[in-house]
Design a binder for this molecule. Structure first.
Ligand code: AMP
Length: 223
């Protein structure tokens, strides 16, 4: 089963994807996490990606598509994957369709998360992540702080703020989302596989609720 997480930055794609991974037993593939790991390890890819990510720009399609193509070859995702942060452009979506078609697979569900913009900015400014690439637990300093300041509850590693999680970069990332990524909503709607969920404290519907509901539906279908 192939699931795509769609939504502006800060809508909770990563949180929902990692909860779904646990609930339905399908691996999350986050292009942002792959880039951050390479940036941390200062690989060639990391150096290239940093130039774009630090300015709030998208990494070029050819580089990103190749990374996902290679990742989808690996053994642990042959029963499915939750793509978190990919595709982000129509070109990436078309390339993904082609990659999957060659494997006689297809996108089964696109989970489109929406959140009011004021809440997105508040959430991103307060977002912190575990620096351990094997853990990557996401915290929010207001809503979901770690028990001990600066330390991950799960693995004890240092908690850090993403370099691109500042107010200036967020605005350009949201603008980019509107211009380049939001056309994907129509693209997948026309294929009849789009499921839109609002994630907002204002309606008391958070990422964990969406993950639970979607997992329940998927597990029911599988029965
Ligand atoms: P994320 O963790 O998904 O918010 O991604 C962090 C940053 O990595 C984005 O703001 C982009 O600069 C870059 N990135 C992640 N996924 C993609 C993608 N599919 N295409 C281009 N750039 C991406």
């Amino acid at each position: 089963m192939i699931i795509i997480m769609l939504g502006a930055p800060g809508t909770g794609k990563g949180t929902v994807a990692s909860m779904l991974e646990k609930n339905i037993g399908i691996k999350q593939i986050s292009t942002g996490d792959i880039f951050r790991k390479n940036m941390q390890e200062k690989t060639e890819l990391g150096k290239i990606a940093e130039k774009y990510i630090s300015k709030g720009n998208l990494v070029p399609d050819d580089i990103t598509i190749q990374i996902v193509k290679d990742r989808l070859e690996q053994k642990d995702v042959q029963n499915g994957a939750i793509l978190d942060g990919f595709p982000r452009t129509i070109e990436q979506a078309k390339a993904l369709d082609k990659i999957l078609e060659e494997k006689s697979k297809k996108v089964d569900m696109v989970l489109n998360l929406t959140t009011p913009e004021d809440e997105i900015i508040e959430r991103i400014v307060n977002r912190r992540i575990c620096s351990n690439p094997e853990c990557k637990t996401i915290y929010n300093l207001v809503m979901n702080p770690p028990k001990q300041e600066g330390i991950c509850d799960k693995c004890g590693s240092k908690i850090v703020q993403r370099k691109d999680d500042n107010e200036e970069t967020i605005k350009s990332r949201i603008k980019l989302y509107m211009e380049q990524t939001s056309p994907l909503i129509k693209y997948y709607e026309e294929k009849g596989i789009l499921r839109t969920e609002e994630v907002s404290i204002k309606i008391n519907h958070l990422g964990k609720d969406v993950a639970e509901e979607v997992a329940k539906d998927i597990n029911n279908i599988a029965k």
